[in-house]
Design a protein around this ligand. Structure first.
Ligand SMILES: CC(C)[C@@](O)(CC(=O)O)C(=O)O
Ligand code: SF4
Length: 762
């Protein structure tokens, strides 16, 4: 008798969402839940309008404004246009309001008054779970990389680019290739004073920023089981920072208790049926994982980042790394660059690092438990504890509900009494849109990314937990929170903070970050640039011949490729000048730097060769791909890619090629010498200007076919209408609670003001 295949949780989620298997191993996957926000959706709605398409499932879609909404008081809020001062931010929020009205979508606006609270808009990854829109066993997407958050419920949740947003709006499906299974087991119990944030920072430190690329990671083990839902969300949230497609925690009684009574959670008989189904959602005993990692909870302590990637973690009791101790030259260069950017010296004790700002908030740590933890530290420091002079410490709740709840518990009073700035909900300082750091400013931040320029041009970020952030605010420097929690602490301003000699963090001395180009350049005649392809239309890719620009850095993130301040556009074109903006421009002098794309012949580059891994990691912003294409780059070659970026390229008729390190190095050397490359997709090979042997590459056949023929994914998926309709019928019978926004009745959409009286247990 054939044994039943043992499946992981991910296998199960995948299997039940397969609408159709295509010949080449790709599958059409049904999407149960689609979250939409103002920054990554305007171009998608524009696409729908241009093609005359409608939104297939408004009842499975939920929109909110979060990235661009100011966090200044809303006490006298009159209108969006009076409240949002930045015209581009306003235009994006208004565009979303227009789009939800035109397409009839459920929407949480700044002025919503449901739940008996004044404002329920908030960070998309906070409101989804708190409303019960996020449910176990579902597929959830959003034009946002931190959609991984929702995996905490045992849902398959992942970020997508704007083209994919359009695809989901139009078809409620995506064409996907299955990822690999990884399990991270956390043994034992967490020591006192160690937060979920420390856990996930530690994990990213172990795996590396690209360590989970191509994988869906299930978090398991006693330490995970002991976590609350909010803790699990913080962990899954940052799984994308290790490159994971998604993070997962199998649902259990903690999950069920959290969801009971949420406005959009199933009710009555459907609730019982749903709970029964959710109980089946776990990896089978003995199921095979492609990668297994075990971490011991006792090894984790309060953790902070020192550098410019979330993998750059160190214990708060540790010091910055010393590049001189590094045998590997690439690693040494990386550390030097990151320390220079951060304005830090080698071997500097982390607890000596003074900070200018503190940010408590974001989709990682802007929930009620996070605020409680931060407030606990402030309380423990005594009634006279104050935010250190000269430090601006912001507390930004993740949603209107979190804010209301915190106020009901008196947390706002704890914060404001101690001199913290209590704000309105939104993404705020996490991404440098609604709130920003000044150049050179250093922030102790509970957010998820410490990339160069993440919190504003030339900003410096240290990631840490909410409790650690509160401690840093009181001390004015990075601090081991356990000191606050174990005994009464003197937080009177102590002697002036001393910096390690040679470290100067004043604005004028922001170091120039070394160029990403390591070797001397060979000057060449300008070569002709091919026709630039722009716009949303799908363009066929057959071959490209031209100059290739070399890059020699690992983990080049999409914040560096395309800084957030330019994500406020409503368009996909005209973005070439913003490509690598902060490394191409010296913000002090306004002049161009010597960055490779500023120098002939690379100003005409059509190909980019990065010889280090994880190119395009981080944010889902498709602007990074659009800007490259606008610049004229249609092919990127690297040892590995951030998955969302890789997909975004292909959606825009660009070709990302994965090659072994050695091949990338050979091609990067050709590029250094200014030699042309010819990339031939039909033949799957790269011909070299040196006349040296061509290098062949592999690409998945469906992608190749679509690129060669300039086929539009949405049209192709829509051709599967019968299969999709059949799946929807099956879904209605099997999981009826997923239709009609889980039947949680907020009244008719959009713009409903009907009140809901559901009681949520916090
Ligand atoms: C839209 C953008 C600012 C984003 O939210 C997108 C993302 O993470 O995918 C980010 O945090 O970089
Ligand atoms: S990562 Fe930051 S900007 Fe992106 S959704 Fe979360 S809070 Fe908002």
């Amino acid at each position: 008798m054939a044994l039943k295949r043992k499946r992981t949780l991910y296998d199960k989620l995948w299997d039940v969402h397969e609408v159709e298997q295509l010949e080449d191993g790709t599958s059409i996957i049904y999407i149960d839940r689609h979250l939409v926000h103002e920054v990554t959706s305007p171009q998608a709605f524009e696409g729908l309008r241009l093609t005359g398409r409608r939104v297939r499932r408004p009842d499975c879609t939920l929109a909110t404004v979060d990235h661009n909404t100011p966090t200044a008081t809303r006490k006298s809020f009159r209108s969006l246009s009076a409240y949002i001062k930045d015209p581009e931010a306003l235009a994006q929020c208004q565009a979303l309001e227009q789009n939800v009205a035109d397409f009839g979508l459920p929407y949480f606006g700044v002025t919503d008054r449901r739940q008996g609270h004044q404002y329920t808009s908030g960070i998309v990854h906070v409101i989804g779970p708190e409303q019960g829109f996020t449910l176990p066993g579902t597929t959830i997407v959003c034009g946002d990389s931190h959609t991984t958050t929702h995996g905490a419920f045992g849902s398959l949740a992942f970020g997508i680019g704007t083209s994919a947003v359009e695809h989901v709006l139009a078809t409620q499906c995506l064409a996907l290739t299955k990822s690999r299974n990884m399990r991270v087991t956390i043994d034992g119990a967490l020591p006192a004073g160690v937060a979920p944030k420390d856990v996930v920072l530690h994990i990213i430190g172990v795996l590396g920023a690209g360590g989970a690329t191509g994988c869906v990671v299930e978090f398991a083990g006693p330490a995970v089981r002991a976590m609350s839902m909010e803790a699990r969300m913080s962990v899954c949230n940052m799984s994308v920072e290790a490159g994971a497609r998604a993070g997962l925690v199998a649902p259990d009684e903690v999950t069920v208790a959290y969801l009971r009574g949420r406005p959009l959670a199933p009710r009555g008989g459907e609730w019982d049926r749903a709970v029964k189904y959710w109980q089946t959602l776990r990896s089978d005993e003995g199921a095979r994982f492609d990668v297994e990692v075990t971490i011991h909870a006792e090894d984790i302590g309060p953790t902070v980042t020192w550098g410019t990637s979330p993998q750059d973690v160190v214990s708060i009791l540790g010091s910055t790394p010393d590049p001189a101790q590094c045998a590997d030259i690439d690693k040494r260069r990386y550390i030097e660059r990151a320390l220079a950017y951060m304005g830090l010296a080698p071997n500097m004790p982390m607890q000596d690092i003074p900070i200018d700002k503190v940010f408590i908030g974001s989709c990682t740590n802007g929930r009620i438990e996070d605020l409680r933890e931060a407030a606990r530290v402030v309380r423990a420091a005594g009634p006279d504890a104050r935010v250190r002079d000269g430090v601006h410490a912001m507390v930004v709740p993740g949603s209107g509900l979190v804010k209301a709840r915190a106020e009901a518990e008196g947390l706002d009073a704890v914060f404001t009494r101690a001199g913290f700035d209590w704000r309105e909900p939104g993404c705020s300082l996490c991404c440098g849109l609604a709130d920003t750091l000044g150049p050179g400013e250093r922030c102790a931040s509970t957010s998820n990314r410490n990339f160069e320029g993440r919190q504003g041009p030339r900003s410096r970020t240290h990631l840490l937990s909410p409790a650690m952030a509160a401690a840093a605010a009181l001390r004015g420097k990075l601090t081991d929170v356990r000191e606050f929690l174990s005994r009464a602490v003197d937080v009177e301003p102590g002697p002036a903070l001393e910096l390690v000699p040679g470290v100067d963090i004043a604005d004028e001395t922001i170091p120039d970050v070394p160029s990403m180009r390591p070797h001397p350049i060979v000057q060449h005649e300008k070569s002709g640039r091919g026709a630039m392809v722009t716009g949303a239309a799908v363009v066929a890719f057959e071959r490209v011949k031209g100059i290739a620009a070399p890059l020699h850095l690992p983990n080049v993130d999409t914040d560096v490729i395309f800084p957030a301040q330019f994500c406020k556009t409503l368009k996909r074109t005209g973005l070439a000048d913003y490509l690598f903006f902060s490394v191409r421009n010296d913000i002090r002098s306004g002049t161009k730097t010597d960055f490779v794309l500023n120098r002939p012949p690379y100003t005409d580059a059509k190909i980019l060769v990065c010889d280090m891994p994880n190119f395009g990691c981080g944010s889902s912003r498709e602007h990074a791909a659009w800007a490259m294409k606008d610049f004229g780059i249609v092919c990127v070659i690297a040892p590995s890619f951030g998955e969302i970026f890789q997909n975004n390229c292909m959606q825009n008729g660009m070709l990302p090629i994965v090659l072994p390190d050695g091949d990338c190095q050979v091609l990067a050397q050709d590029a250094e010498a200014g030699l042309e490359l010819e990339v031939d997709l039909e033949a799957q090979e790269i011909r070299r200007g040196t006349g040296g042997p061509a290098i062949s590459f592999i690409i998945d056949p469906l992608r190749r076919h679509r690129l060669l023929n300039g086929l539009d994914d949405i049209t192709l998926t829509l051709e599967r209408e019968d299969a999709i309709a059949k799946y929807e019928e099956h879904r209605r019978e099997s999981w009826p609670w997923l239709d009609k926004l889980g039947r949680g009745d907020f009244g008719s959409w959009p713009g409903s003001t009907k009140r809901q009286t559901t009681n949520i247990e916090w």
